[in-house]
Design a protein around this ligand. Structure first.
Ligand code: GUN
Ligand code: FE
Length: 506
């Protein structure tokens, strides 16, 4: 049995291109939740013929017909979010990173020692990220094993795809919020990994939706002994993902180098050196020395990277989570994402709540655009023979970062990030219509009523009529990315299952 969607469809294909299909037909298997097939351009009067060609007669299929102004697109992938900080959104905007951690963040995270608090808070928190359209999130819990198990259970029950990690932190943290030893931290980490791996897979699939992820909070909060044990755990289990922070704030970078002087670092685990640079102390070099950089490592921020670090990150095929809302809010700086893309580093977007004040990847898209414009304005001129460096990121690139780029960062690009046959149906039905109720978005229905924009006129007509259907759909995507919010996210699907959105009733 299949569910069929008919209408506008947008899906990324590369860093510079996406497909906008105004009359797409997409079939999802109700058994597996995977996309079975996509037909690019099906006129309404050929719908039944095309279905018949796929062996479907209309009685046996469930057809979702999208309205004017609606389209399907892949769900957003939030590659960096602290679930336990959502209650702090909008608090403590005056601080930079290290003060913000001690003044605002650690006190809130400590509350999650109480399982009743954790259950109530996480139940409200996860619902929000889903309704904003994040079909996959890379979550930091807190240092508590029990509270983080509750987080994983809540996500599992909602049906969101996620990575969930318990923070490792055995130094430079307050007395009330620190792990007593590396051994205790590792034991709690093994415990949470076992718990998450015991959760049953989603109905009809063999793959788990919630996966464990090692989460050394950042180098500053971990002793060498702890990083070393985490590196051993990682090397014994290549499928285990890793997430941490890197080079977010200048004071943080200075402190990290003081804590890990070059002679204190172990040999590179794979006996490799990169042009002899691996053993200068750099922030990335610290993680690399402990075997924590690999293709399923997610590095949040990467604002102040040195040249040598870009080489290491690229060579290890680790990914960067770009968190521009947070980088503006905590005055951390503007990451040079265009440069990283030109160097072949994988990049996705992160909300970094509550360093970032919005749980929406749409806000991260808007700020990624602004951050790239700041970088471009600061540079005298972009270097020749580069595509993205010191230039503003165009819409196709922003869409890619929010979807397929995020999937690459999670090392899940074969399963999610675009709407293609064989992939999981992790998707949004977006509405750019007045009845969505978002006053910032000009509805396609009003365009039609007033005769502005809209296809069918002559090129050069006043108001922009004369656009093709494809250009019209591209315009709706741009309006959604720059002006949309949760009111424009009508339905949210993960692995074929409707789990949220404005229209969803549990
Ligand atoms: N570095 C270490 N912990 C954190 C955190 O919770 N948020 C951010 N933005 N950076 C960090
Ligand atoms: Fe963070």
């Amino acid at each position: 049995m299949s569910t069929i969607f008919y209408g506008g469809l947008i899906t990324p294909t590369s860093l510079t291109a996406y497909r906008a299909l105004p009359r797409a037909l997409l079939a999802v298997s109700r058994e597996t939740g995977n996309i079975e097939w996509v037909e690019d351009d099906v006129p309404a009067d050929e719908l039944q013929d095309v279905l018949a060609r796929h062996g479907l007669v209309s009685e046996g299929v469930d057809i979702v017909e999208l309205k004017l102004g609606e389209f399907l697109m892949p769900g957003f992938i939030d590659t960096h979010i602290h679930a336990s900080q959502v209650p702090n959104i909008g608090s403590g905007q005056q601080h930079e990173l290290l003060d913000w951690l001690s003044e605002v963040t650690f006190p809130m995270e400590a509350r999650f020692a109480d399982p009743t608090f954790a259950k109530r808070a996480y139940t409200a928190i996860i619902k929000r990220t889903i309704d904003y359209g994040s079909t996959t999130c890379c979550y930091y819990g807190t240092l508590h094993s029990q509270g983080t198990k509750i987080l994983a259970d809540v996500i599992h029950n909602y049906g969101q795809r996620a990575f969930v990690g318990k923070c490792n932190m055995d130094r430079n943290s307050p007395d009330y919020y620190i792990e007593p030893s590396p051994e205790a931290s590792i034991a709690a980490t093994r415990d949470i990994i076992a718990h998450i791996r015991s959760l049953p897979p989603a109905q009809g699939t063999i793959e788990p939706l919630v996966r464990p992820i090692l989460t050394p909070r950042f180098a500053i909060s971990c002793t060498s002994e702890l990083l070393s044990e985490l590196g051993k755990l990682a090397s014994s289990d290549p499928s285990l993902a890793i997430q941490t922070h890197i080079s977010e704030n200048e004071s943080e970078v200075v402190f990290t180098k003081q804590l890990f002087p070059a002679p204190s670092l172990p040999s590179p685990p794979r006996g490799e050196t990169l042009k002899g640079k691996t053993h200068d102390t750099t922030y990335a070099g610290v993680y690399d020395a402990f075997g924590l950089l690999r293709e399923n490592t997610i590095l949040a921020h990467a604002v102040h990277l040195e040249e040598a670090e870009v080489d290491i990150i690229k060579a290890r095929r680790a990914g960067v989570s770009h968190c521009p809302t947070s980088n503006f809010n905590l005055r951390s700086g503007c990451a040079r994402i265009g440069m990283l893309l030109d160097r072949g580093v994988k990049v996705g977007l992160g909300t970094d709540v509550s360093g970032g004040f919005s749980p929406s990847i749409l806000t991260a898209v808007q700020h990624a655009s602004m951050a790239s414009k700041v970088v471009a304005m600061r540079a005298s001129s972009p270097p020749p023979h580069t595509q993205f460096t010191d230039r503003q990121l165009p819409v196709p690139t922003l869409l890619y970062l929010a979807t397929l780029g995020g999937a690459e960062v999670c090392d899940l690009q074969s399963r999610i990030g675009s709407l293609a046959p064989g992939k999981a149906f992790d998707a949004l039905v977006v509405s750019i219509r007045s009845d969505a109720g978002n006053p910032a978005v000009w509805g396609a229905d009003l365009d039609e009523e007033l005769g502005v924009r809209g296809s069918g006129g002559e090129p050069g007509d006043e108001g922009g009529r004369g656009k093709t259907d494809v250009e019209e759909l591209e315009g709706l995507l741009e309006r959604f990315l720059f002006c949309g919010d949760d009111r424009n996210v009508r339905r949210v699907y993960v692995q074929g299952k409707l789990i949220g959105g404005k229209e969803f009733k549990a």
